[in-house]
Design a protein around this ligand. Sequence first.
Ligand SMILES: [Zn+2]
Length: 161
Amino acid sequence: MRKQEPNNADRESSVFAGGRMNSTEEKNVTEDRTTIKKRDWILALVILAAAGCLMLGMRLAQRQKGTTVEVRVDGKLYSSYSIAQDRRYPVKTAYGTNVIEISGGTVSVTEADCAGHDCIRQGKISRCNETIVCLPHKLVVEITQRSGQQEQKTEFDTVAK
Ligand SMILES: [Zn+2]
């Protein structure tokens, strides 16, 4: 039994030495990790900045390319016309009447029998995702990139044939 004691002590000391070795190694590793972390952060920031620029660019590009004027009443599609063709038409619903004017790539509500005429005051919109809202008439005029009603009709025709 006594003979085993020193053996144990030797083991302990060796383990201790090993532990010291590990602790010094760990220090080096943690130092490396912090430098790697710093690099990661810089890389992440660069990627984030690049992604931000890309998203902003895409958003601007999207905003410039509006193709269709969609009018919705109470969430349901009332009309869908190309923004390229000038036209002026009334939207008559149970809530009231709004006159929509598409002219020179812009859309506006020129006449309305709602209270306050907020929709007329919102003026002209021309970019994708822009909207004019007439709250009392539950009417939303939106510029989208979806294809107009005429193109949808031709699609239906080809399906019918
Ligand atoms: Zn209105």
